[in-house]
Design a protein around this ligand. Structure first.
Ligand SMILES: Cc1cc2nc3c(=O)[nH]c(=O)nc-3n(C[C@H](O)[C@H](O)[C@H](O)COP(=O)(O)OP(=O)(O)OC[C@H]3O[C@@H](n4cnc5c(N)ncnc54)[C@H](O)[C@@H]3O)c2cc1C
Length: 457
């Protein structure tokens, strides 16, 4: 539809120029009738955060390659993208946001402020301690990459998804790399300890020294970091990367009276509209890592720290902004990581989460190969399935290939409350270059079946 002039357009302000903010802006521009302004604290426009570990590892040639859209793209689309511009406050009654002393009116607002690296107090470096990094923005990535050029001893603190990807990247550069994880197993939010052992072995085979079950006590050094204290021992470090998790960036929303849930994320209704003491605000949407969602399996609140969830939320916000009311339901949060030669994926809940929520589970773990054993390029694959009352509630897959596809299929299976019996009868396809004759998924289901008392073998 052709616009009849500026006055008939509503003003949409988006706070945050990341995965949610930019996707909402570009698709609303195509489908809606809004004047759109995006405020972003970041110095760069659309880039792939997820790609940064692979620039550092050398698989992607430079950070420029991660820039998906330049600022001009948004200008040409008629979107006013203001980089390096932090929104200082919101006034939901007056319908304004404040930046650098300027006030901007909105009719509709999207809060997509993402998350910020959470650093334990004892590891917060003094301002003058150089070469201590976190990884969130493109600028962070560039600084880490530069430091690694001359690094001799890198210590990575935190064995979550980003920590392990960076550990591999550092080791691939030939730098002596130590990964320290407070929990007794790596990737403890994603996979069970038995699966994590496979990842740890792989990291070690790639030259990463791994210490688990220890939290560093202090970072030492005068001008530049020199060492990290773990227990009573000092480990040399000229570069430290702290990857101990992410907190939702909610101060702006919270200061404006928007309610925050027990996970630390913003509370919304199913249309992703923010909750205030006056109820849900029909004009204020929130999406991405700053929002509290619901776990489909446990029914409990959670935060999804995934670009894939952020992008789906952006689509829902877009629909709601262009008068196609669309709910965003509970999630099973499928995740996949590329850790050296391994692909590691998970969906639904882990055994640890099941225990936390009092859910009794039975699991089946199978190993197999990703192609016929004789076929060149075949790698091992490990599949673990978790059932509660014979219903699939979690799946973890590790292999050299074929992981993402399985996780996506299992994501649907969990969502559809697929039973163990249905998985035992699953029809799977076969050709030697792509699979075993019987998919290891079937063996994992059989493994769980055998553990259930009274099951026919
Ligand atoms: C190294 C790394 C690797 C990752 N790998 C993967 C992966 O493989 N797969 C996957 O699914 N996910 C991955 N993620 C996670 C994914 O990138 C995030 O979940 C996703 O970007 C979240 O989108 P968002 O829009 O909520 O937040 P972001 O993309 O972080 O955007 C938030 C934006 O808000 C801005 N902002 C915050 N406060 C203000 C303010 N007051 N005023 C103005 N602007 C503000 C920030 O500057 C930023 O631009 C990775 C993340 C990192 C850091």
């Amino acid at each position: 539809m052709h616009s009849t002039g500026k006055s008939d357009k509503k003003k949409l302000i988006i706070v945050g120029g990341g995965a949610v903010g930019l996707a909402v802006a570009t698709s609303v521009k195509r489908h809606g009738n809004y004047d759109i302004t995006i405020f972003s604290s970041d110095s760069h426009a659309a880039y792939s955060q997820c790609g940064m570990p692979f620039v550092i590892s050398g698989e992607i040639k430079d950070f420029q390659s991660l820039i998906l859209r330049k600022k001009d793209f948004f200008r040409e689309m008629g979107i006013d993208l203001r980089l390096n511009t932090t929104v200082k406050s919101l006034d939901l009654e007056k319908r304004t946001v404040v930046t650098k002393g300027e006030k901007h009116h909105f009719d509709k607002l999207v809060i997509a402020t993402g998350g910020r690296s959470a650093v334990p107090d004892n590891l917060k470096p003094k301002d003058d301690l150089k070469n201590v990094f976190t990884l969130r923005t493109l600028e962070d990535g560039m600084k880490i990459d530069k430091a690694l050029e001359s690094a001799k001893n890198v210590v990575i603190i935190g064995g979550g998804g980003i920590g392990v990807e960076i550990a591999i990247a550092s080791a691939k550069k030939g730098v002596k790399t130590l990964l320290i994880n407070r929990g007794s197993s790596l990737l403890s939010h994603n996979i069970d300890p038995d699966m994590a052992d496979i990842v740890q072995e792989h990291l070690e085979s790639m030259g990463v020294n791994v210490i688990t079950g220890e939290a560093p006590r202090a970072l030492n050094g005068e001008d530049i970091v020199k060492s990290v204290t773990i227990s009573e021992e000092e480990f040399p470090a000229d570069t430290v990367i702290i990857s101990t998790g992410t907190d939702p960036e909610i101060k702006l929303a919270s200061d404006a009276g928007i309610e925050i849930g027990i996970t630390g994320g913003i509370i919304t209704n199913e249309y992703l509209q923010a909750k205030t003491d006056r109820g849900y605000d029909q004009d204020v949407y929130c999406g991405g890592e700053c929002v509290q969602l619901q776990n489909l399996v446990t029914g409990t609140p959670m935060i999804s720290q995934l670009a894939s969830t952020a992008r789906r939320m952006a689509g829902v916000i877009r629909n709601n902004l262009v008068s196609k009311p669309t709910p965003f339901g509970p999630i099973v949060n499928p995740w996949v990581g590329a850790i050296g030669e391994l692909q590691v994926g998970t969906v639904g809940i882990t055994s640890k989460e099941a225990k936390k929520h009092g859910i009794d589970i039975v699991s089946g773990l199978a190993t197999g190969t990703t192609r016929a054993g004789y076929f060149p390029g075949s790698t091992r694959i490990f599949i673990k399935l978790l059932f509660s009352n014979r219903i699939l509630v979690g799946a973890q897959v590790i292999g050299g290939e074929g992981v993402k596809e399985r996780i996506d299929g299992l994501s649907l299976a969990i969502r559809k409350k697929t039973t163990l019996d249905e998985l035992l009868n699953l029809e799977t396809c076969y050709t030697p270059p792509l699979s075993m004759l019987v998919d290891p998924l079937t063996f994992a289901a059989q493994g769980a079946h055998k553990k259930i008392p009274g099951s026919k073998k």
